[in-house]
Design a protein around this ligand. Structure first.
Ligand code: SF4
Length: 449
């Protein structure tokens, strides 16, 4: 049993140490890696510069699919070669779900489960025991309950604020509830304080993230609508985006609020997963296509210019040709802007494995391609419809080939010749037409007066 008191930590182990951080997977992981970085920075551990050898490597992993596990293994091996002799800490969903497997990857020294990831200091006294045999596994708890506040700033404009963690839904194909535990959240007051802190540091845009953010408030007796109302009052933040929110949890009241709010962008990301009611039942999702269509129509009725991104999974067990055709027709009929298409991946321990019918990988691939084609068509139509119009753009700092990018409120990517004075600034622009490789719209600044 470890002593969980920070006072008991031998701080000399952190002297002159350099750490490198790697994140795979979702925005929630990025936010949490950022918090781990802050915890180490408070002990004087400096972040490694590009190309610099680190003493400590922290890899925050994802396990959403079999492919994600594979990418994590490859990343850990690559990082281990880039930082020979570094103390390698692996955490995140893959570490929580398969700690023994992770511990056996060459170069791994410490495996931290979901409950332990922010207690990293308690385990880093093992820095001194790098030569000991085998990795240490610290993921005792199967009952994940703590909520660790996290907010990342991976560039100077956009911040990811974790408002919620875990999920109580147990969709038949998903292992996230096993990796991240039950739904829980911080208080509205603590979220508002973190947003104020972002504003104090000059941050302009915050993306609300979580596993199932519409479930916000379950552990504090508050509600998602009250959270967004409170955040909308924080001075200095120019815009908020709501990351993925379940269709049955985005209430009509919340949609109305976004339409009239000062700072919430007309940008929605709603997972549909399948456009077939039969498949939705097999997936144990908590809505049907009728409810989903209502949400899209409601958004478009009051915010015709809103960007709506939709997640879909193809090739889940039970998705027959007929069910897929129902899904494809339904998806094509929706007034949405873009699809995020995922191929179903079998996950150990899930209920979906009990469904007899499985889809051939070639069929899965062909279905995926059909939906990607629909996505391309819809995204291009959405951009085309905005050419010639004006929009507010928040410009980002990355410079590439003398150009820079930014996003409109409704998530249209724009491009303009690089100008340092525009970084992290909001400007009114005219969208003039497609850029050369058709990945963004060119724009011109609107001069006032
Ligand atoms: S809502 Fe379903 S798919 Fe999303 S995290 Fe929860 S169980 Fe997984």
């Amino acid at each position: 049993m470890r002593d969980n008191s920070i006072a008991m930590i031998d701080k000399t182990v952190f002297e002159n140490k350099i750490a490198a951080y790697y994140t795979l997977g979702c925005k929630l992981n990025f936010a949490e890696t950022s918090t781990i970085g802050k915890v180490l920075a408070e002990q004087g551990v400096r972040k490694a510069r590009a190309g610099e050898k680190a003493d400590i490597c922290v890899v925050n992993t994802c396990s959403v699919t079999e492919l994600a596990d594979k990418k994590c293994r490859q990343a850990i091996r690559r990082i281990s070669k880039q930082h020979p002799g570094a103390f390698m800490v692996v955490t995140g969903c893959y570490a929580q779900l398969k700690p023994e497997e992770v511990a056996h990857i060459e170069g791994v020294d410490l495996v931290l489960g979901a409950e332990q990831k922010l207690d990293i200091l308690m385990y880093l006294d093992d820095l001194k025991k790098k030569e000991s045999d085998g990795a240490i596994i610290a993921s005792e708890s199967k009952d994940i309950r703590s909520f660790s506040p996290s907010c990342s700033a991976d560039d100077r404009t956009r911040h990811f604020l974790k408002v919620q963690d875990g999920c109580d839904y147990y969709c038949s194909y998903c292992t996230i509830p096993f990796a991240r535990g039950r739904s829980r959240n911080g208080t509205i007051a603590s979220m508002v304080e973190q947003a104020r802190e972002v504003a104090r540091k000059g941050g302009k845009e915050i993306v609300l993230t979580g596993v199932n953010i519409g479930d916000f408030g379950k552990s504090t007796g508050e509600t998602f609508i009250d959270l967004i109302r409170a955040l909308d009052e924080v001075e200095g933040i120019v815009r908020y985006r709501i990351s993925s929110i379940e269709p049955n949890l985005i209430t009509d009241e919340a949609i109305d609020f976004v339409a009239s709010s000062k700072r919430f962008a007309p940008h929605f990301h709603i997972p549909l997963q399948s456009g077939s009611d039969d498949v939705l039942k097999l997936m144990r999702r908590r809505y049907d296509t009728e409810l989903f269509r209502h949400k899209i129509e409601k958004i478009k009725e009051i915010m015709p210019h809103a960007f709506i991104g939709v997640d879909v999974i193809v090739g889940t067990r039970g998705e027959t040709d007929e069910f897929f055709e129902d899904a494809r027709t339904f998806i094509d009929s929706l007034d949405i802007s873009q699809l995020h298409v995922f191929s179903y991946s079998e996950r150990p321990g899930t209920q979906a494995l009990k469904i007899a019918h499985s889809v051939d990988p070639k069929v899965k691939h062909a279905r995926s391609q059909q939906l990607l084609d629909i996505s391309d068509r819809k995204l291009h139509a959405f951009y085309d419809a905005h050419i010639g119009s004006q929009a507010e753009v928040l410009f980002e700092h990355t410079r590439k080939d003398g150009r820079m990018h930014g996003f409109t409120e409704n998530y249209i990517k724009v491009e303009i010749p690089y100008d340092n004075s525009l970084v992290n600034e909001t400007r009114r622009v005219t969208l003039t037409g497609w850029n050369e490789d058709r990945t963004a719209l060119n724009c011109e600044l609107v001069t006032i007066g």
